[in-house]
Design a protein around this ligand. Structure first.
Ligand SMILES: NC(=O)c1ccc[n+]([C@@H]2O[C@H](COP(=O)([O-])OP(=O)(O)OC[C@H]3O[C@@H](n4cnc5c(N)ncnc54)[C@H](O)[C@@H]3O)[C@@H](O)[C@H]2O)c1
Length: 472
């Protein structure tokens, strides 16, 4: 099959690369010339500057100029195309609705070219981005306006998780295809031939609208489950002495109807999808006159989680952040990615700076480059207070407290490193419950506060507020 992938971000680049592995002739197209030049170089460092996913650079190096081609000139590749996957940004607007301008611009452009193509073979234009219910229909209207012959529309939402994008694209749980005609389903089956009739992977054919809805329901359900643990599990662990989060989680998720995935408690879920998709679904329902209270609560709980530990540090541990030096471990929204979109660390930095910290000493194994873009002093002079470091040890130097924001494996069980590099009085604020042996710390004079636990004051020190509970 000859496939065009429009938009080569996380979704588009991964999809293009994995499709090329199946022997399709894949043309990955983007308007960003620097991005395309980086991919064309096939050099790992250049590719990972844009999309840092394990295994992706290798697939590109293997298939480039054989099955995988990169271009900014879509007009030159339009002839003979079977399918165009739209992998474009769908960012949220201020009111929560989805900005579809990238979609409409690209569709008008492509429709103009498709209308003039010489060959008359059937083409399917496929939404892979997460788009509001009814967007495929909107695409159809644009294609009709341009009198594009022999064209169909389909919705084929993407479910890949960042950090594991390649593996999960090669072995997805399901492929969902929404289309209107057998001709279009048939093209889609040829593209995904290795997944049709697969013993484990579910291949689901439905209407475009259902496919669009499946993506929103799946994402908001995942965030609802995460927020249930944050909004209920964490609150129980923080309120009632001797409620142990890890045991609570094991006890509840031993029921095989209840997922272990998402049963952790944290300083909020970030990433490019959860926040934007739930806001979009709330908007879609409200616009249709439907209540969306459950989803609104889920969104609010998730936002609350991002910085509430800073407030707890003040109210329970009695600390002041003014003029303090804070080590910040983790900038990406989760481990194994450099992506900082909607990361909790953005809110943590904002909150720390607003509370007058003297400096933030940040470390992340992958996201420093991204962070420098987000925290450019040109946008806000307060970002000058952020310095970037090469290791946990270096970030800790001279700090008064530590905030752990991302669940990178190398942040797990850091009590010894902390003890060896900083002196009490010192407060560890743990947004990911990465220090199971926190008692080691408290017996050596450190304070510890985590999502899902009460404040543990240094042993032998009276708690500074009534709410605080000593580790003794
Ligand atoms: N990132 C994820 O983990 C993930 C997972 C599932 C679904 N999605 C959805 O997939 C969509 C894309 O997400 P992403 O993270 O890949 O976005 P992204 O921002 O990383 O990439 C989008 C790309 O589209 C390009 N682009 C913009 N306008 C264009 C045009 N007119 N023609 C060609 N290219 C154009 C941009 O230059 C950019 O490279 C979104 O709707 C997102 O919600 C994302």
């Amino acid at each position: 099959m000859k496939i065009i992938v429009a938009g080569t971000g996380f979704v588009g680049l991964t999809h293009a690369a994995v499709c090329s592995e199946y022997g399709h002739e894949v043309y990955a197209y983007d308007v960003d010339t620097k991005r395309i030049a980086a991919y064309k170089s096939a050099e790992r460092e250049q590719i990972e500057h844009y999309v840092n996913e394990p295994g992706l650079a290798e697939i590109i190096a293997e298939n480039i100029d054989r099955y995988l081609f990169f271009t900014t000139d879509v007009a030159s590749i339009i002839e003979g195309t079977d399918a165009i996957f739209m992998c474009l940004p769908t960012p949220p607007k201020a009111n929560g609705s989805t900005d579809l301008s990238y979609y409409t611009d690209a569709t008008h452009h492509l429709a103009g070219l498709l209308a003039k193509r010489q060959d008359q073979r059937r083409v399917v234009m496929i939404n892979k981005s997460t788009v509001p219910v009814g967007t495929a229909r909107m695409l159809e209207t644009i294609l009709k306006e341009h009198n594009v012959p022999n064209i169909g529309i389909a919705s084929n939402p993407e479910f890949l998780p960042e950090g594991d994008a390649v593996e999960r694209s090669r072995r997805p749980d399901r492929i969902v295809v929404g289309a209107d005609s057998e001709a279009d389903f048939s093209i889609m089956r040829r593209i995904y031939s290795q997944f049709v009739n697969h013993v484990r992977i579910r291949y689901i054919e439905t209407t475009p609208e259902t496919a669009e809805a499946i993506k929103y329901v799946a994402n908001t359900l995942l965030l609802t489950y995460i927020s249930f643990w944050n909004g209920v599990g964490a609150r129980l662990g923080e309120t009632f002495p001797n409620v142990r989060m890890e045991d609570l989680k094991r006890g509840v998720t031993s029921d095989n109807r209840i997922s272990t995935w998402g049963s952790y408690v944290s300083n909020g879920a970030g990433g490019s999808c959860f926040g934007k998709d739930i806001q979009s679904l709330i908007f879609q329902l409200k616009t249709a006159g439907q209540p969306a209270d459950l989803l609104q609560s889920v969104y609010n709980i998730n936002e609350y989680q991002k910085t509430y530990l800073i407030d707890r540090a003040i109210s329970e541990a009695g600390v002041s952040f003014n003029h303090k030096s804070v080590a910040l471990l983790g900038l990406s929204f989760k481990q194994r990615t450099n992506d900082m979109r909607d990361s909790s660390s953005l809110k943590v930095v904002e909150s720390l700076l607003a509370r007058g910290v003297r400096e933030i000493r940040a470390y992340d194994p992958l996201a420093i480059h991204e962070a420098k873009r987000y925290f450019s002093p040109e946008n806000n002079h307060l970002f000058e207070k952020i310095s970037y470091h090469e290791s946990v040890k270096e970030a800790l130097q001279g700090t008064d407290m530590l905030f752990i924001s991302t669940d990178w494996e190398e942040f797990r069980g850091l009590s010894r490193t902390i003890e060896q590099n900083v002196q009490p009085p010192y407060l560890v604020i743990d947004g990911r419950r990465m220090i199971p042996d926190y008692q080691e710390l408290t017996t050596r004079g450190f304070g510890y506060i985590a999502v899902g636990s009460p404040y543990y004051a240094p042993v032998g020190t009276a708690p500074e507020t009534e709410a605080a509970v000593s580790a003794q």
